[in-house]
Design a protein. Structure first.
Length: 317
Protein backbone atom coordinates (compact mmCIF):
# COMPACT_ATOMS: atom_id res chain seq x y z
CA UNK A 1 0.00 0.00 0.00
CA UNK A 2 1.30 3.47 -0.93
CA UNK A 3 2.25 5.61 2.08
CA UNK A 4 2.16 9.43 2.13
CA UNK A 5 4.43 11.60 4.23
CA UNK A 6 2.84 14.87 5.36
CA UNK A 7 5.67 15.87 7.69
CA UNK A 8 7.81 18.95 7.13
CA UNK A 9 10.78 18.46 4.82
CA UNK A 10 10.24 15.78 2.13
CA UNK A 11 7.57 16.42 -0.46
CA UNK A 12 5.17 13.95 -2.09
CA UNK A 13 6.08 13.08 -5.67
CA UNK A 14 4.08 11.10 -8.28
CA UNK A 15 5.36 7.55 -8.72
CA UNK A 16 6.23 8.16 -12.40
CA UNK A 17 8.51 11.03 -11.38
CA UNK A 18 10.40 8.81 -8.94
CA UNK A 19 10.67 6.02 -11.53
CA UNK A 20 11.97 8.40 -14.21
CA UNK A 21 14.50 9.88 -11.78
CA UNK A 22 15.75 6.39 -10.91
CA UNK A 23 16.12 5.63 -14.62
CA UNK A 24 18.08 8.86 -15.27
CA UNK A 25 20.38 8.06 -12.35
CA UNK A 26 21.52 5.04 -14.34
CA UNK A 27 21.56 6.57 -17.84
CA UNK A 28 20.73 10.27 -18.36
CA UNK A 29 18.80 10.65 -21.62
CA UNK A 30 20.80 7.87 -23.29
CA UNK A 31 24.11 9.66 -22.71
CA UNK A 32 25.70 6.67 -21.02
CA UNK A 33 26.32 8.81 -17.93
CA UNK A 34 24.42 8.94 -14.67
CA UNK A 35 22.53 12.12 -13.85
CA UNK A 36 24.89 12.35 -10.88
CA UNK A 37 27.97 12.05 -13.12
CA UNK A 38 27.20 14.51 -15.92
CA UNK A 39 28.58 18.05 -15.68
CA UNK A 40 26.11 20.86 -15.02
CA UNK A 41 27.91 22.71 -17.84
CA UNK A 42 27.42 19.88 -20.35
CA UNK A 43 25.46 20.59 -23.51
CA UNK A 44 23.12 17.66 -22.80
CA UNK A 45 22.27 19.08 -19.37
CA UNK A 46 21.52 22.66 -20.51
CA UNK A 47 17.88 21.88 -21.48
CA UNK A 48 17.27 20.78 -17.89
CA UNK A 49 18.52 24.14 -16.61
CA UNK A 50 16.52 26.08 -19.22
CA UNK A 51 13.30 24.23 -18.35
CA UNK A 52 13.85 24.73 -14.60
CA UNK A 53 14.40 28.47 -15.05
CA UNK A 54 11.31 28.77 -17.28
CA UNK A 55 9.15 26.93 -14.74
CA UNK A 56 10.40 29.07 -11.84
CA UNK A 57 9.71 32.28 -13.76
CA UNK A 58 6.27 31.04 -14.76
CA UNK A 59 5.42 29.87 -11.22
CA UNK A 60 6.52 33.10 -9.54
CA UNK A 61 5.47 35.38 -12.40
CA UNK A 62 8.82 37.18 -12.44
CA UNK A 63 11.30 38.46 -15.00
CA UNK A 64 14.76 37.60 -13.76
CA UNK A 65 18.13 37.10 -15.39
CA UNK A 66 18.74 33.32 -15.25
CA UNK A 67 22.26 33.87 -13.90
CA UNK A 68 20.67 35.20 -10.72
CA UNK A 69 18.65 31.99 -10.23
CA UNK A 70 21.16 29.22 -11.00
CA UNK A 71 24.30 28.93 -8.91
CA UNK A 72 26.72 26.01 -8.82
CA UNK A 73 27.19 26.75 -5.12
CA UNK A 74 25.65 29.16 -2.65
CA UNK A 75 27.32 31.91 -0.66
CA UNK A 76 25.79 34.81 1.31
CA UNK A 77 26.38 36.93 -1.79
CA UNK A 78 24.45 34.45 -3.96
CA UNK A 79 21.42 34.45 -1.65
CA UNK A 80 21.41 38.23 -1.45
CA UNK A 81 21.64 38.64 -5.23
CA UNK A 82 18.63 36.37 -5.72
CA UNK A 83 16.62 38.38 -3.17
CA UNK A 84 17.44 41.67 -4.91
CA UNK A 85 16.32 40.23 -8.25
CA UNK A 86 13.12 38.64 -6.98
CA UNK A 87 12.05 41.81 -5.20
CA UNK A 88 12.65 44.13 -8.13
CA UNK A 89 15.68 46.04 -6.82
CA UNK A 90 18.21 47.32 -9.34
CA UNK A 91 21.17 45.13 -10.14
CA UNK A 92 24.25 46.26 -12.01
CA UNK A 93 27.61 45.01 -13.20
CA UNK A 94 31.10 45.96 -12.12
CA UNK A 95 33.97 46.42 -14.58
CA UNK A 96 37.54 46.39 -13.26
CA UNK A 97 40.61 47.21 -15.34
CA UNK A 98 43.85 45.73 -14.09
CA UNK A 99 47.55 45.63 -15.00
CA UNK A 100 50.20 43.52 -13.31
CA UNK A 101 53.43 45.28 -14.18
CA UNK A 102 55.44 42.32 -12.86
CA UNK A 103 54.10 39.97 -15.57
CA UNK A 104 57.13 39.13 -17.81
CA UNK A 105 54.92 38.64 -20.89
CA UNK A 106 53.40 42.10 -20.44
CA UNK A 107 56.84 43.62 -19.72
CA UNK A 108 58.26 42.14 -22.92
CA UNK A 109 55.42 43.62 -24.99
CA UNK A 110 55.77 47.01 -23.29
CA UNK A 111 59.46 47.29 -24.03
CA UNK A 112 59.02 45.96 -27.55
CA UNK A 113 56.28 48.38 -28.62
CA UNK A 114 57.31 51.50 -26.68
CA UNK A 115 61.11 51.18 -26.89
CA UNK A 116 61.17 52.23 -23.24
CA UNK A 117 61.90 50.43 -19.96
CA UNK A 118 58.87 49.60 -17.85
CA UNK A 119 57.87 52.42 -15.51
CA UNK A 120 57.75 50.38 -12.32
CA UNK A 121 56.25 53.11 -10.16
CA UNK A 122 53.31 53.44 -12.58
CA UNK A 123 52.60 49.78 -13.30
CA UNK A 124 53.58 48.24 -9.95
CA UNK A 125 51.07 45.73 -8.55
CA UNK A 126 50.40 46.54 -4.88
CA UNK A 127 48.44 43.32 -4.30
CA UNK A 128 45.21 45.19 -3.57
CA UNK A 129 42.96 43.54 -6.16
CA UNK A 130 41.87 40.72 -3.85
CA UNK A 131 40.62 43.28 -1.30
CA UNK A 132 38.48 44.94 -3.95
CA UNK A 133 36.88 41.58 -4.75
CA UNK A 134 36.36 40.85 -1.04
CA UNK A 135 34.72 44.23 -0.60
CA UNK A 136 32.36 43.60 -3.51
CA UNK A 137 31.29 40.21 -2.16
CA UNK A 138 30.86 41.46 1.39
CA UNK A 139 29.25 44.85 0.76
CA UNK A 140 27.61 44.85 -2.68
CA UNK A 141 25.19 41.87 -2.86
CA UNK A 142 23.19 43.47 -5.68
CA UNK A 143 26.03 43.12 -8.21
CA UNK A 144 24.98 40.83 -11.05
CA UNK A 145 28.38 40.13 -12.59
CA UNK A 146 32.00 41.27 -12.27
CA UNK A 147 34.08 41.72 -15.44
CA UNK A 148 37.89 41.81 -15.11
CA UNK A 149 39.60 43.49 -18.09
CA UNK A 150 43.25 42.55 -18.76
CA UNK A 151 45.66 42.48 -21.68
CA UNK A 152 46.77 38.83 -21.51
CA UNK A 153 45.65 35.62 -19.86
CA UNK A 154 48.92 35.81 -17.93
CA UNK A 155 47.57 38.93 -16.20
CA UNK A 156 44.74 37.03 -14.47
CA UNK A 157 45.65 36.25 -10.83
CA UNK A 158 45.58 32.52 -10.07
CA UNK A 159 43.17 33.05 -7.18
CA UNK A 160 40.44 34.47 -9.45
CA UNK A 161 37.40 32.17 -9.55
CA UNK A 162 36.38 32.13 -13.21
CA UNK A 163 33.00 30.68 -12.34
CA UNK A 164 32.29 33.98 -10.57
CA UNK A 165 34.34 36.45 -12.63
CA UNK A 166 34.10 37.16 -16.37
CA UNK A 167 37.63 37.66 -17.73
CA UNK A 168 37.75 40.09 -20.68
CA UNK A 169 40.88 40.49 -22.82
CA UNK A 170 41.71 43.77 -24.54
CA UNK A 171 41.38 41.97 -27.88
CA UNK A 172 37.75 41.13 -27.02
CA UNK A 173 36.69 44.79 -27.03
CA UNK A 174 39.37 46.99 -28.62
CA UNK A 175 39.85 47.12 -32.42
CA UNK A 176 43.02 45.33 -33.49
CA UNK A 177 44.55 48.48 -35.01
CA UNK A 178 44.75 50.00 -31.51
CA UNK A 179 46.49 47.05 -29.85
CA UNK A 180 48.55 46.61 -27.86
CA UNK A 181 47.89 49.53 -25.55
CA UNK A 182 49.69 50.53 -22.39
CA UNK A 183 47.40 53.19 -21.00
CA UNK A 184 43.87 53.26 -19.69
CA UNK A 185 42.21 55.61 -22.19
CA UNK A 186 41.71 53.21 -25.16
CA UNK A 187 40.55 50.51 -22.75
CA UNK A 188 38.01 52.75 -21.01
CA UNK A 189 36.45 54.02 -24.22
CA UNK A 190 35.61 50.43 -25.25
CA UNK A 191 34.25 49.01 -21.99
CA UNK A 192 30.68 49.24 -23.30
CA UNK A 193 31.57 46.52 -25.83
CA UNK A 194 31.99 43.84 -23.16
CA UNK A 195 29.73 40.85 -23.87
CA UNK A 196 26.69 40.38 -21.61
CA UNK A 197 27.20 43.75 -19.93
CA UNK A 198 24.33 45.13 -17.85
CA UNK A 199 22.72 48.46 -18.82
CA UNK A 200 23.91 49.94 -15.53
CA UNK A 201 27.54 49.40 -14.55
CA UNK A 202 30.15 50.63 -12.12
CA UNK A 203 33.70 51.13 -13.37
CA UNK A 204 36.38 50.42 -10.73
CA UNK A 205 40.13 50.88 -10.69
CA UNK A 206 41.95 48.49 -8.37
CA UNK A 207 42.68 51.29 -5.88
CA UNK A 208 39.02 51.83 -4.91
CA UNK A 209 37.42 49.63 -2.26
CA UNK A 210 33.85 49.23 -0.96
CA UNK A 211 34.53 49.03 2.79
CA UNK A 212 30.97 49.46 4.09
CA UNK A 213 27.59 47.94 3.11
CA UNK A 214 26.26 49.59 -0.06
CA UNK A 215 22.86 49.70 -1.74
CA UNK A 216 21.93 50.20 -5.42
CA UNK A 217 20.67 53.73 -4.68
CA UNK A 218 24.19 54.76 -3.65
CA UNK A 219 25.04 54.62 -7.36
CA UNK A 220 21.83 54.90 -9.41
CA UNK A 221 18.47 56.51 -8.66
CA UNK A 222 15.65 56.26 -11.21
CA UNK A 223 18.03 55.52 -14.05
CA UNK A 224 20.47 58.36 -13.24
CA UNK A 225 23.99 57.78 -12.00
CA UNK A 226 25.27 59.51 -8.87
CA UNK A 227 28.71 61.12 -8.93
CA UNK A 228 30.20 64.48 -8.02
CA UNK A 229 31.36 66.81 -10.79
CA UNK A 230 33.72 69.78 -10.44
CA UNK A 231 34.40 72.66 -12.84
CA UNK A 232 37.91 73.80 -13.77
CA UNK A 233 39.35 76.75 -15.66
CA UNK A 234 43.04 75.91 -16.00
CA UNK A 235 44.68 72.78 -17.40
CA UNK A 236 48.33 73.04 -16.29
CA UNK A 237 49.26 69.37 -16.57
CA UNK A 238 48.70 66.41 -18.89
CA UNK A 239 45.87 64.93 -16.82
CA UNK A 240 43.88 68.18 -16.77
CA UNK A 241 44.46 68.64 -20.52
CA UNK A 242 42.96 65.19 -21.12
CA UNK A 243 40.01 66.15 -18.91
CA UNK A 244 39.48 69.28 -20.99
CA UNK A 245 39.74 67.35 -24.27
CA UNK A 246 37.10 64.92 -23.02
CA UNK A 247 34.76 67.74 -22.03
CA UNK A 248 35.12 69.44 -25.42
CA UNK A 249 34.33 66.20 -27.26
CA UNK A 250 31.29 65.45 -25.07
CA UNK A 251 29.86 68.90 -25.82
CA UNK A 252 30.61 68.50 -29.53
CA UNK A 253 28.69 65.22 -29.58
CA UNK A 254 25.68 67.09 -28.20
CA UNK A 255 26.01 69.98 -30.66
CA UNK A 256 27.23 72.35 -27.94
CA UNK A 257 30.05 74.89 -28.12
CA UNK A 258 33.13 74.42 -25.89
CA UNK A 259 32.81 76.01 -22.47
CA UNK A 260 35.36 78.25 -20.75
CA UNK A 261 35.20 75.83 -17.82
CA UNK A 262 35.55 72.07 -18.24
CA UNK A 263 34.01 69.30 -16.15
CA UNK A 264 35.93 66.73 -14.14
CA UNK A 265 34.15 63.80 -12.41
CA UNK A 266 35.17 62.55 -8.98
CA UNK A 267 37.82 59.84 -8.87
CA UNK A 268 35.54 57.17 -7.43
CA UNK A 269 33.86 54.08 -8.85
CA UNK A 270 31.98 55.64 -11.72
CA UNK A 271 28.36 54.86 -12.60
CA UNK A 272 27.92 54.41 -16.34
CA UNK A 273 24.97 53.63 -18.60
CA UNK A 274 25.80 51.25 -21.44
CA UNK A 275 23.35 52.67 -24.00
CA UNK A 276 24.61 56.22 -23.40
CA UNK A 277 28.21 55.11 -23.92
CA UNK A 278 27.20 53.36 -27.14
CA UNK A 279 25.40 56.49 -28.33
CA UNK A 280 28.29 58.94 -27.94
CA UNK A 281 30.79 56.34 -29.19
CA UNK A 282 28.91 56.11 -32.50
CA UNK A 283 28.57 59.90 -32.76
CA UNK A 284 32.29 60.67 -32.35
CA UNK A 285 33.89 57.31 -33.12
CA UNK A 286 36.36 58.69 -35.69
CA UNK A 287 37.53 61.45 -33.34
CA UNK A 288 37.87 58.99 -30.45
CA UNK A 289 39.97 56.61 -32.53
CA UNK A 290 42.11 59.48 -33.84
CA UNK A 291 42.97 60.41 -30.24
CA UNK A 292 44.38 56.97 -29.40
CA UNK A 293 48.14 56.63 -28.93
CA UNK A 294 50.16 53.70 -27.62
CA UNK A 295 51.28 55.67 -24.54
CA UNK A 296 49.73 58.69 -22.82
CA UNK A 297 49.89 62.16 -24.39
CA UNK A 298 48.14 65.48 -23.71
CA UNK A 299 45.97 64.99 -26.82
CA UNK A 300 44.21 61.88 -25.50
CA UNK A 301 40.56 61.43 -24.50
CA UNK A 302 39.57 59.61 -21.30
CA UNK A 303 36.42 57.82 -20.08
CA UNK A 304 35.36 61.24 -18.75
CA UNK A 305 33.94 61.88 -22.22
CA UNK A 306 31.18 59.37 -21.40
CA UNK A 307 30.52 60.80 -17.94
CA UNK A 308 30.47 64.40 -19.15
CA UNK A 309 28.12 63.41 -21.96
CA UNK A 310 25.76 61.74 -19.51
CA UNK A 311 25.95 64.68 -17.09
CA UNK A 312 25.15 67.22 -19.81
CA UNK A 313 22.16 65.06 -20.85
CA UNK A 314 20.88 64.89 -17.27
CA UNK A 315 21.77 61.21 -16.86
CA UNK A 316 24.02 61.89 -13.88
CA UNK A 317 23.25 63.75 -10.67
Amino acid sequence: MKKYNFNAGPSMLPREVIENTAKQCLDFNGSGLSLMEISHRAKDFQPVVDEAVALIKELLDIIVNPSSICYHKFTPHSFATMCYNFHGYDTMDIVITYVNGLDPIWQKDYERYTNQPVLEKRFRDWGTLRYLFRGIEANMPFIRKVHLVVSHESQVPKWINRDEVHVVLHSDIIPAEHLPTFKSNPIEMHLHRIADLDEELLYFNDDIFPVMPCSPTDFFVEGRGIIGMSRHLFAPDMFKKICRNSDVMARRALGMKPSLFFLRPQHVCTPMIKSECEEIYERVKDDLHASITITRTSKNISQYVFLNYMFLKGKLQ
